[in-house]
Write a protein that binds this ligand. Sequence first.
Ligand code: ZN
Length: 299
Amino acid sequence: MKNGFSAAWEHIKHLQSRKLIVDTHAHAWQMGAMKANVVEHERARFSEKPVDFSAQLIADMDRHGISKAVLHMGKPVPISLMTSIIDRYPDRFLGFCKFDMPFPGRETAQQQLRERLDSHPAIKGIGEVTFSRFGKQSYEDVLLDLRSVTEVAKERGVPVLFHTGFGTASPLRYYDPSILDELAMAYPEVTIIIGHAGGIHPPFNDLALMVAFKNDNVYLETSKAMAPILQKGLDEIGADRILFGSDWIRPEALIYGPKSERSAHLYERNLEVIAHLRMTEEDREKVLCKNIERLLGNS
Ligand SMILES: [Zn+2]
């Protein structure tokens, strides 16, 4: 009899060959040249013009049997870059939009989100929201900023994905998913997606689980996440609130940062984590495609 891991891989290959897998979290632009270290990377984040990596992303999706990807505005890019990429590959990409960075203030952010959600029918949500670079405010101020963003998600009936886990742009407390518990409680009708399920490192990934256990409107997205954390999520709350993602940013591994983070955005790594999870084929299909299709109204 085959062991669970190889049976899971065979099922994943079957879904790949039928072009059913949807990536909930990808980025199609990057700062062009690979940076040598974290300091250079952070310096370039706002000063360098983003380079369109969509052709490389499509090639990687084709290699790994990924049918569609939801693109997120992570780096500060004009919405026109995202919509032009979607128009080039209309069967392969959907988009989540964001406000300008640094945070332009609550009212302006809300206005930008409304305009961007209306700008193209393939824009289906808000993300990737980082509460990291909102500035030097108090916790209460950050919460009010996040509430203003979530308010638009409520108004438009769209999901919102937040970055959690590892990051180098801001103090660590800004990557802590526990702040999302307050939002999830305040907006029970809004679908809140915890990007990276709290990430590779404890305690944030344990906290992400706690937030998902507490709130039925919270989903865990699997990019850069750890199999034991996702397994606990599956065992405790089931497969309906787990979404496959890659956080694809470029086709090769990074050469800077902690080793566990360097290849964490590659499809090989993220699909392997899914293959390690014990679940039924029906649940695996939910995680790899059906849940996100249901959320975005495509099934
Ligand atoms: Zn992220």
